[in-house]
Design a protein around this ligand. Sequence first.
Ligand code: BGC
Length: 332
Amino acid sequence: MKFSSIIYVLLVFSFLTMTALSIYYYLQIQQDKVKISQAVSSGTPLPDYHFALIGEELDHDYWRLVGKGAKQNETEYDVFVEYEGPERSNPEEQLKLLDKAIKKKVDGIIVQALNDEFTPLIDLAVGKGIPVITIDTDSPDSLRSAYIGTDNYAAGQLAGKALIEDTGGEAVVGIVTGRFNNTHHSLRVEGFRDVIEQEAGIDIVAIEESNIDRIGAEEKAHNMLTEHKEITALYGTSALDGTGISEAAESLDRQDLYVITFDTLEENLRLLEKGKVDALVEQQPWKMGHQSVKIMTDLINEKQVKKIHHTNSSIVRKQNLPYRQDLRGGRQ
Ligand code: BGC
């Protein structure tokens, strides 16, 4: 088979898979809506509260885990969680969903506050009496009541320390980050830099945006490795960066490259097993979603709720995998 035919088949296959997944999640959301209207017409008691959970990307393993965690807590707290997000990362669309949730007058909003543009809408919601908690990415200057998620600055520091340990303190580093103005990515870069700058034998020579896209990550990593042949290590700050980076490294025959990136999603775990990625920064997306429902219910019931709920993050290397069966349970 010709190379172009292989690419064609792969493209068709990924297109079909993505379409099937999109339809599946679209239908799930529709089913939720049908369940509500059926409950209303049959007189079945409705859940006590209706929450909107708005993440970055509906069709993404990381956000599916957040959604799953939240949905699995619906019965316990007698709530309905409307899990929403743009099909593909799109901050404008995400803001529109937030606006829509405010207009719908939901009982609580759980939102990933990607950047500063989310602050006015969060404040508007709170002004209208809708409690808001941020998830995965915080907006500390807004009026949100609480944040649940990774301490993104500390996670960046963890990545820096792991890189120092694994490279023996000698490396030339390039960074592939999601977007420069995404708060969590900036913090992951800042924490990393602060640790790396203490190390005389390590320099950061380039940083590029992947635009939260694996092809973007591959392109940027490829350019970086071509322009800076001295690079010996790459750090990716977002879940899809690992795949892009390892593909670029493979096409340039750079098996020697040290790669550290975020998230213990199945795809990344496979790369770790194959030695194409050296370390992963683990986050707890399932737990973020699950806990967010409890926090929101407590807020509504005027219980005392602390402002910051940091979920754990740690470094996972290939040698840890046999002891971390839990990573593959879909529940993290
Ligand atoms: C981040 C999420 C992001 C996902 C996909 C994760 O590392 O915490 O905010 O949506 O990567 O890029």
